[in-house]
Design a protein around this ligand. Structure first.
Ligand SMILES: Nc1ncnc2c1ncn2[C@@H]1O[C@H](COP(=O)(O)OP(=O)(O)OP(=O)(O)O)[C@@H](O)[C@H]1O
Ligand SMILES: [Mg+2]
Length: 754
């Protein structure tokens, strides 16, 4: 029995010089003098060729220290290929590129979710929350879901150079150190991606002719013996998409230019002499030989001009499986992939250890088979890969169908520009469904949610989740957006501005410049004097009593104070703010459609007041946002809200099916796409579900989507869509468990029963 962890653990954080200076093998010899002498070195170091692990890199048995960088995936395109070729041409030291794909471990995310779950969930919500954790567990072993990571390894003194080269090609590079490095090394040695490390784990290694058994895992290494004739861009992607857990390693070493030119010159001479020999014998040259001669001549010219270089390259694959049958299947799949491109994977009989070592992050091609490639071929095998959106924090939003990874993020974790999401899609495409799912998964981890619901679609769900449903306009359910926390003068100014816009939308007409100025003045005057409680009716009284003010203002606002709309606003705002429910739905169905925008703004403003008083992750969903955006003042209000939301950790989610209206450039209308676009610019996340044919062009232009994605958005099934975030596009499938569907499914006709 050998403890791999012992090897990795005990050595971390110790530099080579310390080890040399301290023959006892303990770092602080004097302090722990009475610890027993170290055990004889286990055989594992020999097996893995690893001397020990330092804080910033593993040290091989031959004393060479290497550095490991994690490289983030990049989408492949011609400019990126070009700049990668440039980096290759500048490379003058050996590099190992390592791609690891394994089933994701989501245990930590599950634990975090469980820990964050509020205690006061209803039984039904709790069941839904538990079912999400089950879904995450199921995803770990679901076919085709893989966690794919890229690494670049080189000898330690060149790490900075390597980082520089890769960053210049637009890749983000991160040097692995400390615990991350340890985790990484252990997972490459044992296979898989262990998220929890058992320090006492005993590992036994057993060598076989065609595989190695490491602990419970069967490991088989293969070597690319015959390379495909021509390499297409991203030719490794197909192999990786085959879905098998594997480690794939490419070792590269640049051949010095003069040597490369000499070799090519020699080859050219060889071909030419063969040619003249054939001519002498009265035969013409075979087409293959002619092409080869042309190729060699061209390549020699390119090498001499510095546009191409030659490299030694080698590719090995290590597969991991739980049993022999799976291992056999995976081997066949991998071999079939290369066979399709006329390449051939060799078995490495009796050389499994060398194969395995070549795929460890040791910058060591232990198999020792090399093939010569030029820059253009090599740049094509660069493991460009779809980036994924699996940040392991927050909650599950869907499955990334291209990167085959879960989409997991937390809009409130502070790493995003804001926590806002825009959902744009045609009617019936699942906008409300995905939003309700987001609300439900949010409340299951303590994100308080508010929904402005013009159609009464969310009420059932809120009741099922133990939340409350308010109907603004109904007696006793009024709201008080006029509460202002007077602490911050800038906040105060902004709130006065949004109250002014709210009043403009409330009165339903554009105020003259004069009147607008008096309103502004009145609001400022009202808030400048200390008051016990601020509220609409109080403000209304102030307007009436204000002798210097504009008497017309009070008149315009009369319906909200004493008329038919008197229940919309109240002076009792503390109720909503003081005891927040997990989810609150503002059901606007009972209001006249022309009053809904004002009501929606009242609700938004009230939630904002709550957020300003006690900032914490909150989600505010505004369904049918277009109804508010139609009014220039409403549009200005929403845009300013979207800009400010981040300040108080409020995440806005706007939903609209009127994509064209929102984005239209038609300047003849009162409101143009300008504010629609501004709203979108202030959403760090955009979810595009199925689009209709009339709108897809506008969407495509607005988000710069290629034709094929636009076509896909026309026909994708309900629940599928495109998530735009962090500058990338993720094709996403939104999947709810049966328990979650139960909570969120809106049943027509049933929303009045409670
Ligand atoms: N991801 C999904 N998984 C399963 N079913 C879904 C999914 N998305 C939508 N559906 C189904 O489609 C129906 C319609 O979806 P939803 O009500 O969310 O559409 P919508 O885009 O909000 O439509 P509208 O514009 O009319 O409000 C839902 O009732 C649900 O049954
Ligand atoms: Mg809807």
């Amino acid at each position: 029995m050998k403890k791999l962890f012992e090897l990795v653990w005990n050595c971390v954080g110790r530099s080579t010089s310390e080890r040399e200076a301290d023959p006892s093998g303990t770092a602080d010899g004097a302090e722990i003098a009475d610890t027993p002498a170290p055990k004889p070195p286990p055989d594992l170091p020999l097996f893995y060729m690893l001397s020990h692990l330092e804080k910033d890199g593993p040290v091989r048995l031959d004393g060479v220290k290497v550095g490991v960088c994690e490289v983030m995936g990049l989408e492949i395109d011609e400019p990126k290929l070009g700049s990668f070729a440039g980096a290759l041409n500048a490379l003058d030291f050996p590099v190992q590129l390592l791609i690891r794909q394994h089933q994701p471990r989501l245990g930590q995310l599950r634990r975090k979710l469980k820990y964050a779950q509020p205690a006061n969930l209803t039984a039904q919500t709790e069941a839904a929350s538990e079912s999400l954790r089950r879904l995450l567990k199921e995803l770990e072993s679901r076919d085709g879901i893989l966690d794919r990571r890229f690494y670049a390894v080189c000898e330690f003194p060149r790490v900075d150079e390597l980082r520089g080269l890769l960053s210049r090609t637009g890749l983000s590079v991160h040097h692995l150190t400390g615990r991350q490095l340890k985790m990484f090394f252990v997972s490459t040695a044992l296979g898989g991606s262990p998220s929890t490390m058992d320090e006492d784990l005993q590992v036994e290694v057993e060598m076989h002719r065609h595989h190695v058994r490491v602990g419970e895992t069967l490991v088989r290494s293969l070597q690319l013996g015959k390379w495909p004739r021509s390499l297409s861009p991203g030719f490794l992607q197909g192999l990786m998409a085959a879905g098998a857990p594997m480690d794939l390693s490419i070792h590269l070493g640049a051949i010095p230019t003069d040597q490369a030119a000499r070799t090519l010159e020699w080859q050219k001479v060889r071909f030419e002499s063969a040619q003249s020999l054939s001519f002498k014998r009265g035969r013409s040259m075979s087409p293959e030989a002619e092409i080869a001669l042309e190729d060699v001549t061209r390549l020699r010219d390119q090498v001499q001009r510095g546009r191409e270089r030659l490299f030694h390259a080698s590719l090995s694959v290590t597969l991991h499986a739980k049993d022999e049958k799976t291992l056999r299947e995976m081997t066949q799949r991998a071999k079939a992939h290369f066979a399709a491109t006329l390449g051939k994977l060799d078995n490495l009989s009796f050389r499994q250890r060398e194969g395995l070592m070549s795929t460890l992050p040791l910058a060591l091609n232990a198999v020792g088979v090399w093939r010569t490639l030029d820059t253009s071929s090599l740049m094509r095998i660069f493991p460009f890969s779809p980036p994924d959106m699996d940040t392991r924090s927050g909650t599950l939003y869907g499955i990334d169908m291209r990167a085959c990874a879960p989409v997991v993020y937390d809009p409130w974790d502070g790493t995003h520009l804001n926590a806002n999401t825009a959902v744009l899609a045609r009617s019936g495409s699942g906008k409300s469904f995905s939003t309700k799912l987001g609300v439900l998964r949010g409340i299951c981890r303590g994100v308080t949610a508010y929904v402005i619901d013009p159609e009464g679609e969310y009420a059932d769900m809120a009741r099922a989740a133990g939340g409350r449903v308010l109907s603004p306009g109904v007696p006793g359910q009024g709201m008080n957006p006029f509460v202002i926390d007077k602490g911050d003068s800038e906040e105060m100014l902004q709130r006065i501005g949004s109250l002014r816009r709210l009043i403009e939308v409330m009165v339903g007409e554009k105020l003259s410049a004069d009147r607008r100025a008096s309103l502004d003045h009145a609001l400022a005057g009202y808030y400048s004097t200390p008051r016990k409680r601020t509220g609409f009716r109080d403000f209304y009284t102030y307007l009436q009593e204000d002798e210097n003010g504009d008497p017309g203002l009070a008149h315009l606002l009369r319906p909200f104070a004493t008329g038919s709309l008197r229940h919309l606003l109240s002076d009792e705002g503390d109720d909503l703010l003081g005891n927040e429910a997990l989810v609150t739905v503002f059901d606007l169905r009972l209001l006249e459609p022309e009053l809904r925008p004002a009501a929606a703004m009242v609700c938004t403003e009230t939630v904002w007041a709550a957020a300003a008083q006690d900032p914490k992750p909150r989600l505010l969903v505004v369904d049918e946002v277009w109804s508010i955006m139609q009014h220039p003042e409403g549009a200005a209000f929403m845009v300013s809200m979207a800009k400010r939301a981040r300040k108080h950790r409020l995440g806005l989610q706007f939903i609209t099916q009127d994509v064209q209206d929102l984005l239209s450039e038609d300047t003849s209308r009162a409101i143009t796409g300008h504010s629609g676009r501004a709203l979108l610019q202030n959403a760090a996340f955009k979810l595009l579900l199925q689009q209709d044919a009339a709108a897809v062009g506008t969407v495509g232009d607005a988000f710069d989507l290629p034709e094929e994605l636009q076509r896909w958005l026309l026909s994708c099934p309900r629940g599928d869509g495109l998530l735009l975030a962090l500058g990338n596009r993720f094709p996403i499938r939104i999947e709810a468990t049966p328990e979650e569907t139960e909570v969120i499914e809106w049943r027509p006709g049933s929303h009045r029963k409670a």
